[in-house]
Write a protein that binds this ligand. Structure first.
Ligand code: G3P
Ligand code: MG
Length: 351
């Protein structure tokens, strides 16, 4: 049986085949390596196609290792399949917020707030959180919480009525219920509203306007200062939002903001990617070499270098890094122009 993607047929049993017997695996960064915005760059569809055989069966184990996110991995896999014209399984998608899954047990039944573009509440819900509200929905219960709201004529306002994650379904009053944790799942869309509401939640201990107690835990999916989108100059990422929130919070309130950040270059992210690659490869013996192809020296290359053996870092010039030589501080094992060149190098060396 097969599945057609952009007119090309692929076996839909890509990973139910016998072990791939590859001794290496590849982790692809997304923004600035495979895509800029929603546009493929660096010959990415052609590069990925080389990882499948003629019948469309996966022959080289690979994963997407991105600090981006905002939709559940299952949905992102479908989006990536369409944009890059290859079949992608949810298990191949490692987004910045995936470590939040480990916190589902701790906060599973508590009220938690999800912040960011896309469907942040759906992300946490898929991870097993039962009582999660998007900050859009949460803020809508507090009259006058955002004094600038009337000036924000967003063309595409979130439709709370259609939201699957409504406070009314949870049989609780968000204005009285204590928020037990806040998760920055993806890039904040409305910095002014989100910084204001987060200050309200975090400075009061989780019940805006009611009382003061200790700050609920705050988690950031990643710490990227900048990333490369479609605009020629780098765009401000979640790390920049964190600086803004932290600076304001620490100036206004007596206790410094306490938080935890995940994502690349954290060594645990690379360890998890290694485990996922072994699963994709159906190999329990380990893989001899793991290639990280990234565009951001401070994130992708620093992370792969810190992770050490068996990681081999490849830096492309299609994103954040635009230098002629290697990066001065975080030197990659190899610098190439595009992901297509990177894959060509790997396949020539390995096969
Ligand atoms: O918002 C996405 C950005 O922070 C990084 O994405 O794929 O380059 O890790 P990526
Ligand atoms: Mg990138």
């Amino acid at each position: 049986s097969s599945v057609a993607i952009n007119g090309r047929f692929f076996s839909n049993q890509a990973h139910s085949q016998p072990p791939l017997r590859a001794s290496f695996g590849i982790a692809f960064d997304i923004d600035g390596v495979l895509l800029r915005g929603e546009t493929p760059v660096g010959g990415s569809p052609q590069a990925l196609r080389r990882l499948y055989d003629d019948s469309g069966t996966l022959r080289i184990p690979y994963v997407f290792l991105t600090n981006g996110g905002g939709v559940p991995e299952s949905k992102r896999a479908i989006e990536l399949s369409k944009l890059l014209s290859v079949p992608v399984l949810p298990s191949q998608v490692i987004q910045g917020h995936l470590p939040f899954k480990q916190l589902a047990e701790r906060f599973g039944n508590e009220l938690v707030i999800a912040v960011g573009k896309g469907e942040p509440a759906a992300v946490l819900s898929e991870y097993g959180f039962k009582n999660v509200l998007a900050i859009d929905e949460y803020a809508s219960y507090f009259e006058h919480i955002d004094p600038l709201e009337k000036f924000k004529n967003w063309s595409d306002k979130p439709d709370y009525e259609k939201s699957t994650f409504r406070a009314s379904d949870m049989k609780m009053d968000p204005c009285l219920e204590r928020v037990q944790a806040v998760f920055i799942v993806s890039d904040s869309v409305d910095w002014s509203r989100d910084i204001q509401v987060l200050c309200d939640i975090l400075s009061t201990g989780g019940v805006p306007g009611r009382e003061i107690s200790s700050q609920p835990p705050l988690y950031f999916a990643t710490d990227d200062l900048c990333y490369q989108g479609l605009f020629p100059m780098e765009r401000l990422g979640m790390g920049a939002f964190k600086i803004a929130l932290e600076s304001i919070y620490n100036r206004v309130y007596p206790h410094p903001l306490d938080y935890t950040s995940y994502g690349k270059p954290n060594p645990s992210v690379f360890k998890n990617a290694e485990n996922v690659l072994m699963e994709v490869a159906a190999s329990s013996n380990g893989l001899k070499t793991l290639y990280m192809i990234g565009d951001n020296p401070h994130v992708d290359i620093k992370g792969a270098r810190q992770a050490g053996h068996p990681w081999f870092s490849i830096l492309t010039r299609t994103g954040v890094f635009k230098g002629k030589e290697n990066h001065s501080l975080y030197q990659a094992d190899l610098v190439v122009d595009t992901v297509e060149e990177a894959v060509h190098y790997i396949l020539t060396k390995e096969t």
